[in-house]
Design a protein. Structure first.
Length: 355
C-alpha cells in the first residue's frame, strides 16, 4: 500500500506543482524591512531564523553581526560578534518593534550570547519553544585555512536549553544539552506535529536535506535519547541508515505547514553568489517533495559582487500568505561601507488557492 501511496503522491506533484507555483506572486516588502533598522547600534547580520515565543512575541536568531561603536557610520570600526538575538513584539513586521540583544565582556565590549568554544564559534539555527523552555540549535564552525576555502568549515552542531525565554536575552545562560560532530547539521527547521518534533538539517558539503524526529516530551527536557532518522522507509536510531529527503537544498532551509491547504512547504536559496529563492511542496514531512520552483529573484543577485543566501520562511509572521527573508552580503570588504547590504530583506508571497 505504501508503494501505491508514494506513486500517487509523486504523480500528483508532477502534474500540479509547477502550475500552482507559477500562479503565485512574490514581491519585495520594504515596509517590513524597517524591523531590522530600529536600533542604530545593530549594523546588520545574516542567519535570521525565527521562533514563535507566544503572546505576540517572536525570537530572532542571527549569525555574524556588526555592532556599532558610538558615532559609527560604517562597519569598519564596529564590533563583530558571531551571534545576536532579537525579540519582536507583534507578529506583523510592518507594525512590530524589535529589540536586539547581545552579551558583554567585563569591559563592556559586545560578545556572543551563545559563546564560542576556543577556536570554534557558534552560528545559530532554528529552534522551538516547548512549555517554559526554549531549545535552540546551532552549527559549530571552525577556521579553514586551506586554499580556495571560504575560511571556515562545519564541525557539527550543538543544542541549547534556555529556561528563561521570556527574560531579556542578554540575561540568558544557554545550557548546552547536545554536542554532535556529524556531517549533517541540525537544525535549520524545526516543526512540531503531534507528540514529535521534526528536525531538518543539511549535510556538508553536499547540502542535501535530512530529517530526524524526537519526542516532544524528551526535547522539552533537553534530551535526545529518542532521536531517530528517516531512512526513506522508516525511522531508525542508526544514523548510517538515514537518507536525504531533498537533494541540493542549500545551507539553510525552512519547512512549514502549507497555509493554503494540506501538506508542507520547503523554502531555500538556490545558487551561490547570485541566487534565487525556490519552493517545494509535500503532503508529508518525509516527502516525496516536488521539484524546486522559483519563487523570487532578489535584486541584489543582479548587482556587482552579489552574495545572496539564507532564503527561508517564517510561519509565525503575518501580513502575507508566506513571509520570507534572505541575507545580502558581498565577497569584498566594500560591504563594510555599503549599508544597503548585510541587513536581512523581507519578501511577501501570495499563494494560489489549494486544489
Amino acid at each position: 500500500m505504501r508503494c501505491i501511496k508514494l506513486f500517487t503522491v509523486a504523480l500528483l506533484f508532477s502534474m500540479t506543482a509547477g502550475r500552482e507555483v507559477r500562479a503565485q506572486t512574490a514581491s519585495a516588502w520594504p515596509e517590513a524591512d524597517r524591523l531590522f533598522h530600529g536600533d542604530p547600534r545593530w549594523l546588520g547580520a545574516d542567519g535570521a531564523f525565527s521562533i514563535d515565543l507566544g503572546n505576540d512575541r517572536v525570537c530572532w536568531l542571527f549569525g555574524d553581526t556588526w555592532i556599532a561603536q558610538t558615532g559609527a557610520t560604517s562597519r569598519r570600526h564596529a564590533w563583530f560578534v558571531h551571534d545576536t538575538v532579537g525579540i519582536e513584539d507583534g507578529y506583523d513586521p510592518t507594525h512590530a518593534a524589535m529589540r536586539f540583544s547581545w552579551a558583554a565582556k567585563r569591559n563592556g565590549t559586545p560578545t556572543e550570547i551563545f559563546p564560542s568554544e576556543g577556536d570554534t564559534w557558534i552560528w545559530l539555527g532554528s529552534g522551538i519553544r516547548l512549555g517554559g523552555a526554549l531549545i535552540v540549535f546551532a552549527e559549530r564552525v571552525s577556521p579553514d585555512r586551506t586554499k580556495n576555502s571560504l575560511g571556515f568549515k562545519s564541525d557539527g552542531w550543538n543544542a541549547y536549553f534556555i529556561s528563561n525565554p521570556d527574560s531579556d536575552p542578554s540575561t540568558w545562560r544557554p545550557k548546552k544539552v547536545a554536542e554532535v560532530h556529524d556531517t549533517v547539521v541540525m537544525a535549520s527547521a524545526v516543526v512540531r506535529q503531534g507528540s514529535y518534533v521534526y528536525l531538518f538539517g543539511e549535510s556538508e558539503p553536499q547540502h542535501d536535506l535530512y530529517v530526524a524526529r524526537v519526542s516532544a516530551d524528551s526535547l522539552a527536557k533537553g534530551r535526545f535519547d529518542s532521536l531517530a532518522w528517516w531512512t526513506g522507509r522508516e525511522w531508525s536510531s542508526d544514523k548510517t541508515a538515514r537518507q536525504p529527503i531533498i537533494h541540493d537544498a542549500g545551507t539553510e532551509s525552512s519547512v512549514q505547514p502549507d497555509p493554503t491547504g494540506n501538506g508542507f512547504i520547503e523554502v531555500n536559496s538556490q545558487g551561490f553568489g547570485a541566487s534565487e529563492i525556490v519552493l517545494r511542496r509535500a503532503l508529508e514531512l518525509t516527502g516525496p517533495w516536488s521539484s524546486a520552483q522559483k519563487v523570487y529573484r532578489p535584486p541584489e543577485s543582479d548587482e556587482t559582487d552579489p552574495f545572496v543566501y539564507a532564503g527561508k520562511s517564517h510561519v509565525e509572521l503575518r501580513g502575507a500568505d508566506l513571509v520570507l527573508t534572505y541575507a545580502t552580503n558581498g565577497f569584498t570588504d566594500a560591504v563594510n561601507d555599503n549599508m544597503a547590504r548585510y541587513f536581512p530583506r523581507f519578501v511577501r508571497v501570495k499563494l494560489p488557492p489549494h486544489r
